[in-house]
Design a protein around this ligand. Structure first.
Ligand code: PLP
Length: 385
């Protein structure tokens, strides 16, 4: 559980870090951290190597290399249906995280309030708290993680400045429907709020669902800041390449903050990502979806079989599973007991909640190779049996 008064330094990813450390101690399998350790696509690797050899090793403009902004603009048009001018509307950032931080620091002020759906990505809450901005939580309810529009409306106060959307969502795997996005859009327009939308899992959508960017809804482009990145899509979490798409006026503000905070994202790695976007076609993204859906199904089946009922994610690559059959009072104790019993590290559900409700879950990440996943399923089977 997080508290507004809590020291933000102590919040930051602390459960994921401590579970990872504990996992290392016992030589376990780390399904706590959302590291996608699959193979990096060849054009991405080759593009970065070529860039280093050809001298793209220096500061770039604050908003990134033109070749990458051009590729992002094409991708935004084709995949997200958002028209973005590479000069006026796109900032390449150090990861989606960099885009999020620069957005928060440039557009919001201490003691502003921001609406955050719960369960939430802990980093979103922590960055807000570190900036002395108050997250106001609106509950997503199982089984489909829907929200109550009245509760959403009631969460707005005079201090509310923005709402954060994360679709597909970490940790719930929720993919917001068009109708839900329309409700959020109407609220944002009605109360003159920014919508900050983190779409990093935009390519990880299952069961034929479609990813919808809230910035495409009528009258939303001016107030929406669309954030995404290639950490997950290209398995390059350590490269730190993300971006922000926004209006020209907001680009000036967010861009100045990004420049102040980071100067620029790593130059040759920007070139690698540009080459990847350029050369990889739909077959790459389609096979990514298929591969991850199969991983999801495999882990969900194993969890169901041992009575750890999974909430079947519609997107992203995490599963919130029922922790009631695991020994322990809190989800932290349960996650540790599960680790000691099976050697599988998960994240306690309390990391994603501001209430005790998180104690009912542990979160599994399924972005791992198939042989590791088979090992996990076998360990779960032995644990249940
Ligand atoms: N946003 C969400 C919802 C995430 O789950 C993560 C990583 O787990 C990130 C952002 C981090 O993205 P990046 O590596 O692009 O900074």
């Amino acid at each position: 559980m997080i508290q507004f008064s809590q020291d933000p330094q102590s919040l930051l990813q602390s459960d994921i870090r401590s579970m990872s450390q504990e996992c290392e101690k016992v030589g376990g399998i780390n399904l706590a951290q959302g590291i996608c350790n699959l193979e990096i696509p060849k054009p991405v690797r080759e593009g970065a190597k070529k860039a280093i050899d050809s001298g793209i090793n220096h500061y770039t403009r604050y908003d990134g290399l033109p070749m990458l902004r051009n590729e992002i603009a094409k991708k935004m048009q084709e995949y997200n249906h958002i028209t973005a001018d590479p000069e006026k509307n796109i900032i390449v950032t150090p990861g989606t995280t960099g885009a999020f931080q620069a957005t928060i620091l440039s557009l919001l002020h201490p003691s502003d309030e921001v609406i955050l759906f719960e369960p939430f990505y802990a980093y979103h809450a922590s960055v807000l708290l570190a900036s002395n901005i108050k997250p106001v939580f609106v509950k997503l309810r199982k089984p489909d993680w829907s929200f109550n529009p009245d509760e959403l409306e009631k969460s707005v106060t005079k201090k509310t400045r923005a709402i954060i959307v994360n679709s597909p969502a970490n940790p719930s795997g929720k993919v917001f429907s068009k109708k839900e996005l329309e409700i959020i859009a109407a609220l944002a327009i009605g109360h003159n709020l920014f919508v900050i939308t983190d779409e990093i899992y935009e390519y990880f959508v299952y069961d034929g669902k479609t990813h919808i960017s809230i910035g495409t809804l009528p009258h939303m482009q001016e107030r929406t800041i669309t954030l995404s990145g290639y950490s997950k899509t290209f398995s390059i979490t350590g490269w730190r390449i993300g971006y922000c798409v926004c209006s020209e006026a907001l680009k000036k503000k967010i861009g100045s903050m990004a420049d102040l905070l980071y100067i620029c994202p790593p130059a040759p790695l920007q070139a690698g990502v540009a080459q990847g976007i350029k050369e990889l076609d739909d077959t790459y993204y389609d096979s990514l979806k298929k591969m991850f859906q199969a991983k999801r199904d495999k882990l969900c089946k194993a969890l169901s079989a041992v009575g750890m009922a999974p909430s079947i994610p519609q997107g992203a690559y995490y599963i919130l599973a029922d922790s009631s059959t695991i020994d322990g009072k809190t989800s932290k104790e349960k996650a540790l007991n599960l680790l000691y019993e099976t050697g599988i590290a998960t994240v306690p559900g309390s990391s994603f909640y501001n209430t005790k409700e998180g104690d009912n879950f542990v979160r599994f990440c399924f972005a791992v190779e198939d042989d590791i996943l088979s090992d996990v399923c076998e360990r779960l089977e032995n644990f249940g049996g």
